[in-house]
Ligand binder design. Structure first.
Ligand SMILES: [Zn+2]
Length: 455
Protein backbone atom coordinates (compact mmCIF):
# COMPACT_ATOMS: atom_id res chain seq x y z
CA UNK A 1 0.00 0.00 0.00
CA UNK A 2 1.47 3.39 -0.95
CA UNK A 3 2.19 5.79 1.89
CA UNK A 4 1.79 8.96 -0.14
CA UNK A 5 2.37 8.95 -3.86
CA UNK A 6 3.14 5.55 -5.38
CA UNK A 7 6.71 4.93 -6.56
CA UNK A 8 7.41 3.19 -9.91
CA UNK A 9 8.05 0.03 -7.88
CA UNK A 10 4.67 0.36 -6.12
CA UNK A 11 3.01 0.77 -9.50
CA UNK A 12 4.78 -2.26 -10.98
CA UNK A 13 3.61 -4.38 -8.04
CA UNK A 14 0.11 -3.00 -8.41
CA UNK A 15 -0.01 -3.89 -12.11
CA UNK A 16 1.19 -7.43 -11.41
CA UNK A 17 -1.39 -8.04 -8.70
CA UNK A 18 -4.16 -6.49 -10.82
CA UNK A 19 -3.23 -8.79 -13.68
CA UNK A 20 -3.67 -11.85 -11.40
CA UNK A 21 -6.92 -10.51 -9.96
CA UNK A 22 -8.49 -10.08 -13.40
CA UNK A 23 -7.21 -13.46 -14.58
CA UNK A 24 -8.76 -15.19 -11.56
CA UNK A 25 -12.07 -13.39 -12.04
CA UNK A 26 -12.16 -14.34 -15.70
CA UNK A 27 -11.35 -17.93 -14.92
CA UNK A 28 -14.13 -18.04 -12.34
CA UNK A 29 -16.59 -16.59 -14.83
CA UNK A 30 -15.40 -19.05 -17.45
CA UNK A 31 -15.86 -22.05 -15.15
CA UNK A 32 -19.32 -20.96 -14.00
CA UNK A 33 -20.77 -19.99 -17.38
CA UNK A 34 -19.16 -22.92 -19.18
CA UNK A 35 -21.08 -25.18 -16.81
CA UNK A 36 -17.95 -26.55 -15.12
CA UNK A 37 -18.66 -25.02 -11.70
CA UNK A 38 -22.08 -24.55 -10.14
CA UNK A 39 -21.46 -21.54 -7.97
CA UNK A 40 -19.93 -18.28 -9.05
CA UNK A 41 -17.58 -17.55 -6.15
CA UNK A 42 -16.10 -14.09 -6.38
CA UNK A 43 -15.58 -13.42 -2.72
CA UNK A 44 -12.38 -15.46 -2.22
CA UNK A 45 -10.85 -13.76 -5.26
CA UNK A 46 -11.65 -10.30 -3.96
CA UNK A 47 -10.29 -11.34 -0.60
CA UNK A 48 -6.98 -12.51 -2.03
CA UNK A 49 -6.52 -9.19 -3.80
CA UNK A 50 -8.19 -6.85 -1.36
CA UNK A 51 -5.20 -4.51 -1.23
CA UNK A 52 -5.84 -3.47 -4.84
CA UNK A 53 -9.15 -1.89 -4.14
CA UNK A 54 -8.61 -0.09 -0.86
CA UNK A 55 -9.68 3.51 -0.50
CA UNK A 56 -6.00 4.36 0.02
CA UNK A 57 -5.06 3.02 -3.39
CA UNK A 58 -7.97 4.80 -5.11
CA UNK A 59 -6.78 8.06 -3.56
CA UNK A 60 -3.09 7.51 -4.23
CA UNK A 61 -3.72 6.60 -7.87
CA UNK A 62 -6.18 9.47 -8.32
CA UNK A 63 -3.54 11.90 -7.03
CA UNK A 64 -0.88 10.36 -9.28
CA UNK A 65 -2.83 10.64 -12.56
CA UNK A 66 -1.53 14.04 -13.63
CA UNK A 67 -2.56 13.63 -17.26
CA UNK A 68 -1.12 10.11 -17.62
CA UNK A 69 -3.69 7.97 -19.46
CA UNK A 70 -2.31 4.68 -18.20
CA UNK A 71 -2.34 5.70 -14.56
CA UNK A 72 -5.84 7.03 -15.09
CA UNK A 73 -6.84 3.52 -16.17
CA UNK A 74 -5.29 2.07 -13.01
CA UNK A 75 -7.16 4.65 -10.98
CA UNK A 76 -10.45 3.73 -12.68
CA UNK A 77 -9.67 0.07 -12.09
CA UNK A 78 -9.08 0.73 -8.38
CA UNK A 79 -12.30 2.74 -8.03
CA UNK A 80 -14.41 0.18 -9.88
CA UNK A 81 -12.79 -2.55 -7.83
CA UNK A 82 -13.53 -0.68 -4.64
CA UNK A 83 -17.20 -0.42 -5.57
CA UNK A 84 -17.25 -4.00 -6.85
CA UNK A 85 -15.77 -5.26 -3.63
CA UNK A 86 -18.58 -3.68 -1.66
CA UNK A 87 -21.21 -5.26 -3.88
CA UNK A 88 -19.65 -8.62 -4.70
CA UNK A 89 -22.22 -10.50 -2.63
CA UNK A 90 -24.86 -8.82 -4.75
CA UNK A 91 -23.24 -10.13 -7.93
CA UNK A 92 -23.04 -13.62 -6.52
CA UNK A 93 -26.59 -13.46 -5.24
CA UNK A 94 -27.95 -12.24 -8.57
CA UNK A 95 -26.07 -14.95 -10.49
CA UNK A 96 -27.31 -17.61 -8.06
CA UNK A 97 -30.88 -16.36 -8.31
CA UNK A 98 -30.74 -16.41 -12.08
CA UNK A 99 -29.74 -20.06 -12.05
CA UNK A 100 -32.18 -21.08 -9.30
CA UNK A 101 -35.34 -19.16 -10.13
CA UNK A 102 -38.04 -20.88 -12.12
CA UNK A 103 -41.36 -19.81 -13.48
CA UNK A 104 -44.34 -21.99 -14.17
CA UNK A 105 -46.13 -20.96 -17.31
CA UNK A 106 -48.99 -22.97 -18.77
CA UNK A 107 -48.07 -25.89 -16.54
CA UNK A 108 -44.48 -25.90 -17.72
CA UNK A 109 -41.44 -25.03 -15.63
CA UNK A 110 -38.98 -22.65 -17.25
CA UNK A 111 -35.69 -21.56 -15.67
CA UNK A 112 -35.20 -17.82 -15.33
CA UNK A 113 -32.34 -17.65 -17.82
CA UNK A 114 -34.38 -19.59 -20.34
CA UNK A 115 -37.44 -17.32 -20.15
CA UNK A 116 -36.34 -14.86 -22.80
CA UNK A 117 -35.10 -17.49 -25.25
CA UNK A 118 -38.41 -19.28 -24.69
CA UNK A 119 -40.32 -16.09 -25.51
CA UNK A 120 -38.28 -15.84 -28.72
CA UNK A 121 -39.13 -19.41 -29.62
CA UNK A 122 -42.85 -19.23 -28.82
CA UNK A 123 -45.27 -18.60 -31.62
CA UNK A 124 -48.35 -18.26 -29.39
CA UNK A 125 -48.60 -14.55 -28.61
CA UNK A 126 -50.64 -15.04 -25.44
CA UNK A 127 -48.06 -17.45 -24.07
CA UNK A 128 -45.28 -14.97 -24.88
CA UNK A 129 -47.10 -12.41 -22.80
CA UNK A 130 -47.44 -14.85 -19.90
CA UNK A 131 -43.74 -15.73 -20.10
CA UNK A 132 -42.85 -12.05 -20.13
CA UNK A 133 -45.07 -11.41 -17.13
CA UNK A 134 -43.44 -14.29 -15.24
CA UNK A 135 -40.00 -12.92 -16.00
CA UNK A 136 -40.99 -9.42 -14.94
CA UNK A 137 -42.49 -10.68 -11.69
CA UNK A 138 -39.45 -12.77 -10.81
CA UNK A 139 -37.20 -9.81 -11.58
CA UNK A 140 -39.27 -7.45 -9.45
CA UNK A 141 -39.58 -9.80 -6.54
CA UNK A 142 -36.13 -11.37 -6.36
CA UNK A 143 -33.56 -9.55 -8.45
CA UNK A 144 -34.49 -5.89 -8.22
CA UNK A 145 -34.05 -5.65 -4.44
CA UNK A 146 -30.51 -6.99 -4.94
CA UNK A 147 -29.73 -4.55 -7.76
CA UNK A 148 -31.24 -1.62 -5.93
CA UNK A 149 -29.27 -2.32 -2.78
CA UNK A 150 -26.07 -2.53 -4.83
CA UNK A 151 -26.79 0.77 -6.56
CA UNK A 152 -27.47 2.47 -3.24
CA UNK A 153 -24.26 1.15 -1.71
CA UNK A 154 -22.41 2.43 -4.73
CA UNK A 155 -24.11 5.82 -4.49
CA UNK A 156 -23.15 6.18 -0.84
CA UNK A 157 -19.55 5.22 -1.59
CA UNK A 158 -18.80 7.34 -4.66
CA UNK A 159 -18.31 10.58 -2.66
CA UNK A 160 -15.40 8.88 -0.87
CA UNK A 161 -13.80 8.50 -4.28
CA UNK A 162 -13.89 12.26 -4.66
CA UNK A 163 -16.99 12.76 -6.82
CA UNK A 164 -20.52 13.73 -5.84
CA UNK A 165 -21.95 10.97 -8.04
CA UNK A 166 -21.12 8.17 -10.45
CA UNK A 167 -21.59 10.30 -13.58
CA UNK A 168 -19.13 12.88 -12.31
CA UNK A 169 -16.64 10.15 -11.43
CA UNK A 170 -16.75 8.85 -14.99
CA UNK A 171 -16.28 12.33 -16.40
CA UNK A 172 -13.10 12.51 -14.34
CA UNK A 173 -11.99 9.16 -15.78
CA UNK A 174 -12.01 10.92 -19.13
CA UNK A 175 -15.35 9.70 -20.45
CA UNK A 176 -16.85 12.44 -22.60
CA UNK A 177 -20.36 11.51 -21.53
CA UNK A 178 -22.01 14.78 -22.43
CA UNK A 179 -20.57 14.76 -25.89
CA UNK A 180 -21.65 11.13 -26.29
CA UNK A 181 -25.13 11.98 -25.03
CA UNK A 182 -25.42 14.69 -27.71
CA UNK A 183 -24.39 12.16 -30.33
CA UNK A 184 -26.93 9.66 -29.03
CA UNK A 185 -29.68 12.24 -29.20
CA UNK A 186 -28.64 13.13 -32.74
CA UNK A 187 -28.76 9.46 -33.78
CA UNK A 188 -32.21 9.09 -32.24
CA UNK A 189 -33.48 12.21 -34.02
CA UNK A 190 -31.99 11.49 -37.41
CA UNK A 191 -33.00 7.80 -37.61
CA UNK A 192 -36.51 8.02 -36.19
CA UNK A 193 -38.42 7.87 -39.48
CA UNK A 194 -36.08 5.25 -40.92
CA UNK A 195 -36.49 3.16 -37.77
CA UNK A 196 -40.27 3.37 -37.82
CA UNK A 197 -40.49 2.41 -41.49
CA UNK A 198 -37.97 -0.45 -41.32
CA UNK A 199 -39.22 -2.04 -38.09
CA UNK A 200 -42.87 -1.64 -39.06
CA UNK A 201 -42.19 -3.60 -42.24
CA UNK A 202 -40.15 -6.23 -40.41
CA UNK A 203 -42.79 -6.74 -37.70
CA UNK A 204 -45.54 -7.06 -40.33
CA UNK A 205 -43.51 -9.60 -42.29
CA UNK A 206 -42.64 -11.66 -39.25
CA UNK A 207 -45.66 -11.62 -36.96
CA UNK A 208 -48.34 -9.79 -38.94
CA UNK A 209 -48.47 -6.81 -36.59
CA UNK A 210 -47.38 -3.25 -37.19
CA UNK A 211 -45.00 -1.43 -34.87
CA UNK A 212 -47.93 0.43 -33.30
CA UNK A 213 -49.57 -2.85 -32.24
CA UNK A 214 -46.43 -4.70 -31.18
CA UNK A 215 -45.64 -5.20 -27.50
CA UNK A 216 -42.38 -5.99 -25.83
CA UNK A 217 -42.95 -9.77 -25.82
CA UNK A 218 -43.20 -9.64 -29.62
CA UNK A 219 -39.72 -8.18 -30.08
CA UNK A 220 -37.72 -11.33 -29.22
CA UNK A 221 -40.00 -13.30 -31.53
CA UNK A 222 -39.43 -10.93 -34.45
CA UNK A 223 -35.67 -10.89 -34.08
CA UNK A 224 -35.63 -14.65 -33.55
CA UNK A 225 -36.16 -14.82 -37.34
CA UNK A 226 -36.88 -18.51 -37.41
CA UNK A 227 -37.36 -18.26 -41.15
CA UNK A 228 -33.58 -18.19 -41.58
CA UNK A 229 -32.82 -21.15 -39.33
CA UNK A 230 -32.35 -23.64 -42.13
CA UNK A 231 -29.65 -21.44 -43.67
CA UNK A 232 -27.69 -21.14 -40.42
CA UNK A 233 -27.27 -24.75 -39.24
CA UNK A 234 -25.44 -25.61 -36.04
CA UNK A 235 -23.02 -28.00 -37.69
CA UNK A 236 -21.70 -25.37 -40.10
CA UNK A 237 -20.92 -22.71 -37.52
CA UNK A 238 -17.42 -23.76 -36.58
CA UNK A 239 -16.36 -24.70 -40.11
CA UNK A 240 -17.57 -21.28 -41.32
CA UNK A 241 -15.64 -19.54 -38.56
CA UNK A 242 -12.51 -21.56 -39.32
CA UNK A 243 -12.76 -20.76 -43.03
CA UNK A 244 -13.41 -17.06 -42.39
CA UNK A 245 -10.43 -16.78 -40.06
CA UNK A 246 -8.34 -18.69 -42.60
CA UNK A 247 -9.24 -15.96 -45.12
CA UNK A 248 -7.75 -13.50 -42.62
CA UNK A 249 -4.63 -15.66 -42.42
CA UNK A 250 -5.50 -17.11 -39.01
CA UNK A 251 -5.39 -20.85 -38.43
CA UNK A 252 -7.76 -21.24 -35.46
CA UNK A 253 -6.57 -24.70 -34.51
CA UNK A 254 -2.91 -23.76 -34.72
CA UNK A 255 -3.39 -20.92 -32.20
CA UNK A 256 -1.94 -22.31 -29.01
CA UNK A 257 -3.33 -19.43 -26.96
CA UNK A 258 -6.91 -19.91 -28.13
CA UNK A 259 -8.91 -22.64 -26.45
CA UNK A 260 -12.15 -23.76 -28.01
CA UNK A 261 -14.68 -25.13 -25.54
CA UNK A 262 -17.34 -26.83 -27.61
CA UNK A 263 -18.39 -29.59 -25.22
CA UNK A 264 -22.07 -29.91 -24.34
CA UNK A 265 -22.83 -29.43 -20.64
CA UNK A 266 -26.26 -29.09 -19.01
CA UNK A 267 -25.59 -25.81 -17.22
CA UNK A 268 -23.35 -24.29 -19.87
CA UNK A 269 -24.47 -20.92 -21.15
CA UNK A 270 -26.32 -21.51 -24.40
CA UNK A 271 -24.74 -18.35 -25.76
CA UNK A 272 -21.18 -18.09 -27.00
CA UNK A 273 -18.77 -16.09 -24.90
CA UNK A 274 -15.10 -15.28 -24.65
CA UNK A 275 -13.06 -15.32 -21.45
CA UNK A 276 -9.63 -13.73 -21.87
CA UNK A 277 -8.07 -15.39 -18.84
CA UNK A 278 -4.51 -14.51 -19.84
CA UNK A 279 -4.01 -11.79 -22.43
CA UNK A 280 -2.70 -12.87 -24.89
CA UNK A 281 -1.73 -16.34 -23.63
CA UNK A 282 -4.98 -18.08 -22.72
CA UNK A 283 -8.21 -16.97 -24.34
CA UNK A 284 -11.28 -19.17 -24.08
CA UNK A 285 -13.92 -19.21 -26.79
CA UNK A 286 -16.91 -21.04 -25.42
CA UNK A 287 -19.76 -22.22 -27.57
CA UNK A 288 -22.57 -24.69 -27.53
CA UNK A 289 -23.83 -24.51 -31.09
CA UNK A 290 -27.60 -24.47 -31.39
CA UNK A 291 -27.82 -22.90 -34.83
CA UNK A 292 -29.95 -20.06 -36.15
CA UNK A 293 -28.76 -16.65 -37.34
CA UNK A 294 -28.53 -15.24 -33.82
CA UNK A 295 -26.32 -18.04 -32.61
CA UNK A 296 -24.03 -17.46 -35.58
CA UNK A 297 -23.89 -13.75 -34.82
CA UNK A 298 -23.00 -14.46 -31.19
CA UNK A 299 -20.24 -16.89 -32.14
CA UNK A 300 -18.68 -14.51 -34.65
CA UNK A 301 -18.96 -11.63 -32.19
CA UNK A 302 -17.18 -13.57 -29.47
CA UNK A 303 -14.63 -14.86 -31.97
CA UNK A 304 -13.84 -11.21 -32.71
CA UNK A 305 -13.13 -10.63 -29.02
CA UNK A 306 -11.11 -13.83 -28.91
CA UNK A 307 -8.87 -12.88 -31.82
CA UNK A 308 -8.43 -9.36 -30.48
CA UNK A 309 -7.19 -10.63 -27.12
CA UNK A 310 -5.18 -13.44 -28.70
CA UNK A 311 -3.38 -10.95 -30.96
CA UNK A 312 -2.70 -8.39 -28.24
CA UNK A 313 1.02 -7.87 -27.76
CA UNK A 314 2.42 -9.45 -24.62
CA UNK A 315 4.83 -6.51 -24.35
CA UNK A 316 2.10 -4.01 -23.53
CA UNK A 317 1.46 -2.93 -19.95
CA UNK A 318 -1.29 -4.59 -17.93
CA UNK A 319 -3.61 -1.60 -18.37
CA UNK A 320 -3.09 -1.63 -22.12
CA UNK A 321 -3.70 -5.37 -22.43
CA UNK A 322 -6.58 -5.64 -19.98
CA UNK A 323 -8.14 -2.24 -19.40
CA UNK A 324 -8.59 0.78 -21.64
CA UNK A 325 -11.39 1.66 -23.98
CA UNK A 326 -13.76 -1.23 -24.52
CA UNK A 327 -14.60 0.14 -27.95
CA UNK A 328 -11.40 -1.47 -29.24
CA UNK A 329 -12.39 -5.04 -28.49
CA UNK A 330 -16.06 -4.39 -29.29
CA UNK A 331 -14.95 -3.00 -32.64
CA UNK A 332 -13.30 -6.30 -33.53
CA UNK A 333 -16.31 -8.20 -32.22
CA UNK A 334 -18.75 -6.17 -34.28
CA UNK A 335 -16.58 -6.45 -37.37
CA UNK A 336 -16.73 -10.24 -37.17
CA UNK A 337 -20.38 -10.33 -36.12
CA UNK A 338 -21.57 -8.26 -39.04
CA UNK A 339 -19.95 -10.54 -41.55
CA UNK A 340 -22.96 -12.76 -40.88
CA UNK A 341 -25.31 -10.27 -42.50
CA UNK A 342 -22.94 -9.15 -45.22
CA UNK A 343 -24.17 -10.27 -48.68
CA UNK A 344 -20.73 -11.13 -50.12
CA UNK A 345 -19.81 -13.20 -47.06
CA UNK A 346 -23.22 -14.91 -47.03
CA UNK A 347 -22.85 -15.86 -50.66
CA UNK A 348 -19.34 -17.19 -50.10
CA UNK A 349 -19.95 -19.12 -46.87
CA UNK A 350 -23.61 -20.09 -46.88
CA UNK A 351 -26.25 -20.93 -49.40
CA UNK A 352 -28.93 -18.52 -48.26
CA UNK A 353 -30.59 -17.57 -51.52
CA UNK A 354 -31.69 -14.09 -50.38
CA UNK A 355 -28.58 -12.42 -48.93
CA UNK A 356 -29.91 -8.89 -49.53
CA UNK A 357 -32.95 -9.63 -47.42
CA UNK A 358 -30.77 -10.88 -44.57
CA UNK A 359 -28.59 -7.78 -44.91
CA UNK A 360 -31.65 -5.52 -44.68
CA UNK A 361 -32.96 -7.39 -41.69
CA UNK A 362 -29.54 -7.28 -40.03
CA UNK A 363 -29.41 -3.51 -40.52
CA UNK A 364 -32.88 -3.14 -39.02
CA UNK A 365 -31.86 -5.19 -35.99
CA UNK A 366 -28.71 -3.14 -35.58
CA UNK A 367 -30.68 0.08 -35.76
CA UNK A 368 -33.02 -1.23 -33.06
CA UNK A 369 -30.07 -1.94 -30.76
CA UNK A 370 -28.21 1.27 -31.52
CA UNK A 371 -31.34 3.24 -30.67
CA UNK A 372 -31.81 1.22 -27.52
CA UNK A 373 -28.24 1.83 -26.38
CA UNK A 374 -28.59 5.53 -27.19
CA UNK A 375 -31.69 5.75 -25.02
CA UNK A 376 -30.05 3.72 -22.26
CA UNK A 377 -27.03 5.96 -22.18
CA UNK A 378 -29.26 9.03 -21.89
CA UNK A 379 -31.20 7.26 -19.17
CA UNK A 380 -28.16 6.16 -17.22
CA UNK A 381 -26.66 9.62 -17.18
CA UNK A 382 -29.86 10.77 -15.48
CA UNK A 383 -30.09 7.65 -13.32
CA UNK A 384 -26.59 7.92 -11.91
CA UNK A 385 -26.95 11.61 -11.29
CA UNK A 386 -30.29 11.19 -9.48
CA UNK A 387 -30.63 11.46 -5.71
CA UNK A 388 -33.45 8.95 -5.57
CA UNK A 389 -33.03 6.24 -8.20
CA UNK A 390 -36.34 4.63 -7.30
CA UNK A 391 -38.11 7.65 -8.76
CA UNK A 392 -36.51 7.00 -12.15
CA UNK A 393 -38.84 4.23 -13.35
CA UNK A 394 -41.22 6.42 -15.35
CA UNK A 395 -38.25 8.10 -16.99
CA UNK A 396 -36.88 4.70 -18.07
CA UNK A 397 -40.17 3.80 -19.69
CA UNK A 398 -40.38 7.22 -21.33
CA UNK A 399 -36.86 7.28 -22.81
CA UNK A 400 -36.76 3.66 -23.95
CA UNK A 401 -40.34 3.73 -25.16
CA UNK A 402 -39.76 6.86 -27.17
CA UNK A 403 -36.63 5.44 -28.82
CA UNK A 404 -38.09 2.03 -29.65
CA UNK A 405 -41.80 2.86 -30.02
CA UNK A 406 -42.44 -0.18 -27.83
CA UNK A 407 -42.96 0.33 -24.14
CA UNK A 408 -40.41 -1.48 -21.96
CA UNK A 409 -41.26 -3.03 -18.62
CA UNK A 410 -40.75 -0.85 -15.59
CA UNK A 411 -39.03 -3.79 -13.96
CA UNK A 412 -35.55 -3.16 -15.28
CA UNK A 413 -34.56 0.42 -14.54
CA UNK A 414 -32.23 -0.22 -11.64
CA UNK A 415 -30.19 -2.78 -13.50
CA UNK A 416 -27.15 -1.13 -14.86
CA UNK A 417 -26.90 -1.71 -18.55
CA UNK A 418 -23.88 0.44 -19.09
CA UNK A 419 -22.24 1.27 -22.35
CA UNK A 420 -19.50 -1.16 -21.41
CA UNK A 421 -21.71 -4.16 -21.43
CA UNK A 422 -21.10 -6.44 -24.33
CA UNK A 423 -22.85 -5.32 -27.46
CA UNK A 424 -23.34 -8.86 -28.61
CA UNK A 425 -26.90 -8.31 -27.52
CA UNK A 426 -27.33 -6.96 -31.00
CA UNK A 427 -28.46 -10.38 -31.96
CA UNK A 428 -31.79 -11.57 -30.69
CA UNK A 429 -32.79 -9.53 -27.69
CA UNK A 430 -34.60 -12.59 -26.47
CA UNK A 431 -31.38 -14.45 -25.99
CA UNK A 432 -29.79 -11.88 -23.77
CA UNK A 433 -30.62 -13.44 -20.50
CA UNK A 434 -29.32 -16.74 -21.67
CA UNK A 435 -25.82 -15.49 -22.14
CA UNK A 436 -23.47 -14.70 -19.31
CA UNK A 437 -24.95 -11.80 -17.47
CA UNK A 438 -22.30 -9.35 -18.41
CA UNK A 439 -20.03 -8.65 -21.30
CA UNK A 440 -18.36 -11.98 -21.33
CA UNK A 441 -15.31 -10.60 -23.02
CA UNK A 442 -14.83 -7.90 -20.49
CA UNK A 443 -15.58 -9.64 -17.25
CA UNK A 444 -12.11 -9.06 -16.01
CA UNK A 445 -11.90 -5.65 -17.54
CA UNK A 446 -14.23 -4.38 -14.89
CA UNK A 447 -13.80 -4.97 -11.27
CA UNK A 448 -17.19 -3.52 -10.51
CA UNK A 449 -19.99 -5.89 -9.87
CA UNK A 450 -22.48 -3.24 -10.78
CA UNK A 451 -21.10 -2.74 -14.20
CA UNK A 452 -21.30 -6.44 -14.82
CA UNK A 453 -25.02 -6.82 -14.77
CA UNK A 454 -26.50 -7.30 -18.18
CA UNK A 455 -28.42 -4.66 -20.02
ZN1 LIG B 1 -18.81 -7.80 -27.07
Amino acid sequence: MPSASPTPKDLAGYREDADRFIAELDEEYYLHFAGLKDRLELEPIYERHQDLTTLEWTQALGDAVDGDRRIRELWRFACEGHLGNLTKEHSEKAAALETELEAEVDGEKVGFRMLRPTIANTDDRGKRERLDRARTELTEEHLNPVYLDAVQISQRTVPKLGSPNYVDLYRRFGYRLDNLADQCQAVLDSTEQMYEDATDKLFRDRIGLGLDEARRWDVPRVFRAQVWDEFFPADKMLPALEATLADFGIDLHAQENVHLDIEQRPSKSPRAFCAPIEVPDKVMLVIQPIGGADDWRALFHEAGHTEHFAHTSADLTMEERRLGDNAVTEGWAMLMQHLTDEPAWLTRRLDVGRPDEIAREGATGLLYFVRRYCAQLLYEIEFHGADDVTAMRPRYVELLGSALKIEPSQAYPSRRSCARTCASASGTPGSRSARPARCSASSGRKASALTRTSC
